[in-house]
Each structure stands twice: as C-alpha cells, then as structure tokens.
Write a protein that binds this ligand. Structure first.
Ligand code: NAP
Ligand code: GDD
Length: 371
C-alpha cells in the first residue's frame, strides 16, 4: 500500500486530496500544526481513516521527524498562508511559511527519504501582471503580492531540488479552484454564503471589491486528481492546471444571485477596503500540457460550480438553523427562551418560517441539547 503525506490536510484541497487518495487505496498521513483549538471540520468525515501528525512548516526538525516516522512514497505540500490580502499585512510570515517552508520540506525529504515524490502547490498568482494570455508553463512570472512572490520562490526551489539532487519534484501551477469547502474569505465563497443569507433574510447587503477582476475558476475536486497524476509519471515535470475559461467576479455574483431568483444589483455594494495594493486583474490558464501528458481535464464547468456552491450554502444554513448557537446574534432580532430538554437561543423570525420549517411543520428554534 502506497503512503502519502499531505501538509495542509485541514484545508480545502487537503480534504479533497485525502478523499481521493483513500479511494485509490493509499495510506494517508496528514500534517497539522498545533493550535489551541483545532479546526478539522473539512476532514471530520474521514478523520478515522487518516493518520494525523503534528508538525509545522516553520520547524525543520519537526518536518524531518515527520518524514522519518511516516516514510512516505509521495509528499503533497499544500500547507500555506493562502489568502492573498493577508500577505500584505503579514509579509514576513508569508515568505517564511509559503516560501521558505517549501525548502524546509524539500530538505527533510533530501536528508531522510530522497526517493519520496514531491508535489508543490504552486499558483497562477505567480503570473500576476500577465505577460500573455492564456498562461502556460512558458509564460514569465510577474507576481503582484508577497504571496505570489513566495510562491515563485517555492516553484523555483522545487525545480532546483529536482535539478540539483534528482528529487522527483513537481510544481503544479494551479489556477483558482473552489468548492463548498472554500474558506469564507475568498471571493467565491464569500459571495455564495452571502447569497444564501440574503435569500434567507439574515443578511441585507454584500460588500465586495473589484468586480471586474477575472479568474479561471475550476472545481477543487477535479484539481486534486491532477496533483496525483503529476506524481504518477516516469519523469517529474511542472504543469498548469486550469479550465481555460475566464469569468469576472461580476459574472460570478450575477450567476449566484440568479440561482436564487434575485438581482445582484439590488444587494451588492463596493467597499474600497477590499481593493488590493496591487491587483491581479486577469488570469486564464492553458492546461493543454496537462491534457496531453496527464490526460487530465476538468469535469465541472463554471455554471455547475456556482450552482453547487450556492446550493451547498443554502442547504447548510437551513440545516444549521436547528443546531446553531445564535446567542451572539443580535443583528437579526432573534428571540431567546428555554425549555426542558434544550437551551433555547433563538426562534426563527417569522419571515424565515418557510425556509426553516421542521419535519412536523412547526416553527423551528435554534437550540442546543442540554448537557
Ligand atoms: P487553504 O484551504 O487555505 O488551506 C491551507 C492549509 O495550510 C490549511 O490546512 C492550514 O492549516 C495549513 N497551514 C497554514 N499555515 C500553516 C502552518 N504554519 N503550518 C502547517 N500548516 C499550515 O488552502 P487551499 O485552497 O486548500 O490551497 C492549498 C494549497 O494550494 C495552498 O498552498 C495554496 O496556496 C495553493 N493554491 C491554492 C489555489 C486555490 O485556488 N485554492 C490555487 C493555487 C494554489 P490550518 O487549518 O491549521 O489553518
Ligand atoms: N477575497 C476577496 N474579497 N476578493 C475580492 C473581493 C472580496 O470582497 N471583491 C473582489 N475580489 C477580487 C479580488 O480582488 C481578486 O481579484 C479576485 O476577487 C479573487 O480573489 P480571491 O478569491 O481572494 O482569490 P485570489 O485569486 O486572490 O487567490 C486565490 O487563488 C490563487 C490562484 O490564482 C487563492 O486561493 C490563492 O491561494 C491562489 O494561489
């Protein structure tokens, strides 16, 4: 049985990749960093099928110990500070973790298990101020954020370890990929979450930044397969992974509101605080090499992706209404109460009645079972 080690296993991609590798019959090991409160929500459903190990990309000896303990055949380096705006407010940490962290992992492999195959999660952000369109493996980089700069470093150090030490290292230059598991601060999920809340009457407005930015958006579940395929080849190489189609943030917003029968223009407002010091205005990938060599193509298209994410947010908000702790929610006028079996935090406002009807048709309350 092959062993895979995934850094960033608790993230969006880590969760889909774990599922995929389990399906392929792998023994899956995930690296998690120590936190005072762990967030395993994306891997809760598979937690008993994977082995979790504490280590940190900032700590060399923890990485060497990890590789020594696991003896992986394949290492997927997905951990990173991945939110672009935060890289301007924490540029040193971003460089240390997202950039130098790649060298630390590669050093651990070189010193402990040089036969392990290595996947580096590189990014279309490296193209930044794009030199040509669409972007492929030959397109020059011009990163526009400390995050993008760190990813360029991670890309070239991977190439360098391949050329210097013969490590099987691949850099996957992935364009934006999304899913219902996407972090809430990224624009797609921010939009679909807001659409669901606005539809259900618990939010009034959605504040966004640059609606004209264009991205090549795909589905994360499709993209993790490309990561794996890169490590199954005879020779290591670098690949662009993308859909080849670009859409603006405005198109995403418009389609997402359409899905619930609303006009986005009534709800979306611009807040300049979401503008970036230097914007990546447009990205569109040419994944023909991945198609030719890996036989990889995406299954989910843009419309399906938007609908999938809106539907998932609507569904999870409806489900959560019965179990959520709304005691902090003063904004929507939730009422508080109590009964024998449950601590009752809120009743659903009458205007939401149709969405939150429970099985017996009664008005649902937000509550938590008494301990
Ligand atoms: P994500 O959801 O933000 O997940 C990031 C992961 O990195 C989380 O598991 C996080 O752990 C972990 N991490 C952060 N800081 C860490 C530290 N100091 N030590 C150990 N682990 C740490 O990101 P994603 O969307 O899955 O993306 C996966 C990778 O692909 C990232 O490297 C990202 O930059 C890259 N990428 C993503 C896209 C995209 O569109 N999604 C495109 C191109 C490249 P915690 O749970 O502890 O925070
Ligand atoms: N986050 C955010 N919030 N972005 C907004 C907003 C907003 O309110 N309004 C407009 N945008 C625009 C941003 O200016 C950007 O041009 C675009 O939406 C996409 O932003 P994000 O969803 O935050 O993603 P990203 O493209 O910056 O970065 C993601 O993709 C990269 C691959 O190209 C991340 O996943 C990176 O980790 C990844 O490398």
């Amino acid at each position: 049985m092959k062993k895979a080690l995934i850094t960033g296993v608790t993230g969006q991609d880590g969760s889909y990749l774990s599922e995929f590798l389990l399906e392929q019959g792998y023994e899956v090991h995930g690296m998690v960093r120590r936190c005072s409160s762990q967030n395993f929500s994306r891997i809760e459903h598979i937690k008993d099928k994977i082995a979790l190990h504490q280590a940190d990309l900032l700590d060399q000896s923890s990485l060497e110990a990890l590789v020594r303990d696991v003896q992986p055949d394949e290492v997927y380096n997905l951990a990173a500070m991945s939110f672009v705006p935060a890289s301007w407010t924490q540029p040193i940490m971003t460089s240390d973790f997202t950039g130098l962290g790649v060298t630390r992992m590669l050093e651990a492999i070189r010193l402990v298990k040089p036969s392990a195959k290595f996947y580096q999660a590189s990014s279309s952000e490296m193209f930044g101020k794009v030199k040509s369109e669409p972007q492929n493996e030959q397109t020059p980089f011009h990163p526009r954020s400390p995050y993008g700069v760190s990813k360029v470093y991670g890309h070239f150090i991977t190439v360098n370890y391949r050329e210097s030490y013969n490590i099987y290292g691949c850099s996957g230059i992935l364009f934006n990929h999304e899913s219902p598991r996407r972090g809430i601060e990224f624009v797609t999920r921010k939009i679909t979450d807001a659409v669901a809340r606005i539809k259900l009457g618990v939010q009034d407005k959605l504040f966004l930044g640059n609606l004209d930015a264009c991205r090549d958006w795909g589905f994360a579940g499709d993209y993790v397969k490309a990561m794996w395929l890169m490590l199954q080849q005879d020779q290591p190489d670098d690949f662009v992974v993308a859909t080849g189609k670009k859409h603006s943030v405005r198109e995403f917003v418009s389609l997402a509101f359409d899905r619930v029968g609303l006009n986005y223009e009534k709800y979306v407002e611009i807040d300049p605080k979401f503008y970036r010091p230097a914007e990546v205005c447009t990205l569109c990938g040419d994944a023909s090499k991945a198609k030719r060599v890996l036989n990889w193509e995406p299954d989910v298209d843009f419309n399906q992706l938007v609908n999938m994410m809106v539907d998932a947010d609507l569904q999870s908000l409806q489900l959560n209404a019965e179990t959520a702790d709304y005691s902090q929610n003063t904004q929507t006028g939730w009422e508080c109460g109590d009964d024998a079996n449950f601590v009752v935090y809120a009743t659903i406002p009458a205007r939401l009645f149709n969405y939150f009807k429970n099985a017996s048709g009664h008005r649902v309350i937000a509550r938590r079972r008494r301990a």
